[in-house]
Design a protein around this ligand. Structure first.
Ligand SMILES: [Zn+2]
Length: 289
């Protein structure tokens, strides 16, 4: 499985202009995805899975249903109004991004679009029916990532959430650790490059609001660059917060001034000089000059 985190897949089309109709509980149990350049583009498997059903009904037109398995649970994804019968067969295994059909306007549809359904986790043995699908359907938007490896055209304006491209080549985020030099980016899509230069090759992106350790920093191309791992650098843009080791400490309930000073090897006098007079839990103290 591609490295998308738990239960997350891709935008299931090569050409995806945006959502022309959103998910409305009780009314519209999926999302309609419109086109930008290529109406009849390929429909792609949202994630690794297996074909559970395919066919044609007068309202759905040509449809195909995938099961995506997680132990004893699964999700369904369902793709309707396809141009023609799915190019995969019931029982066939499919991988993320694999072509499963062509977008169209078959059935009860007023124009070329993909109506895409995704369900919450259900029992793996549940048999497919459209009424079951509607019963368990959820808004798929938080579960879809734009991946330039699969999605050649993608215009995000209709997505309420900006979807970062997760690239497994970039080091994984870590938890906050005041003993390590760390960065956190408050914006999606900060690029990670092979060298500290805007012309260096792009490897991937940092995830928004996640901590990463950094090994080194350097000034080039008008930025301070931070090295995450050998051959992985990102630029210190304004939404990147830099948290050098042991410089700041957040006071917790039960801390005492002497204990904080001992922990960071500083005198009470210098702690007091660097910080406000009254110190309370939750305050962030400077603990290194
Ligand atoms: Zn629809």
């Amino acid at each position: 499985m591609a490295n998308y985190g738990n239960n997350v897949g891709i935008v299931p089309l090569t050409d995806a202009a945006g959502i022309t109709q959103g998910f409305k509980a009780g009314k519209h149990y999926g999302i309609d995805i419109g086109w930008y350049k290529e109406k009849y583009c390929n429909i792609l498997a949202w994630q690794d899975g297996q074909v559970e059903a395919k066919g044609y009904y007068s309202d759905t037109g040509y449809y195909v249903v995938l099961g995506h398995y997680y132990g004893s649970s699964k999700r369904w994804t369902c793709y309707i109004h396809m141009k023609q019968a799915a190019c995969v067969n019931v029982g066939q295994k499919v991988s993320i991004g694999q072509k499963i059909g062509i977008r169209g306007t078959s059935g009860n549809s007023t124009g070329v679009h993909l109506h895409f359904y995704l369900t919450k986790l259900i029992t793996k043995t549940k048999a497919f029916s459209f009424s079951n699908l509607k019963q368990y359907a959820i808004d798929p938007r938080p579960y879809m990532y734009y991946d330039p490896g699969f999605n050649t055209i993608y215009i995000s304006k209709d997505w309420t959430k900006k979807l970062p491209a997760p690239i497994p080549d970039v080091v994984d985020p870590v938890s906050r650790d005041i003993t390590k030099d760390q960065i956190i980016c408050h914006e999606a899509d900060l690029r990670v490059r092979t060298a500290p230069s805007l012309s260096a090759e792009k490897l991937g992106h940092l995830l928004k609001d996640k901590y990463y350790n950094y090994l080194d920093s350097r000034q080039t191309d008008g930025y301070t660059w931070y090295q995450l791992a050998p051959g992985q650098w990102c630029a210190g843009i304004s939404s990147l917060e830099v948290l050098p080791a042991n410089v700041f400490y957040k006071v917790i309930e039960g801390d005492t001034i002497p204990a904080i000073c001992e922990r960071f090897g500083i005198s009470i006098e210098s702690l007091v000089n660097m910080n406000p007079a009254i110190i309370q839990p939750g305050d962030v103290l400077k603990v290194k000059e």
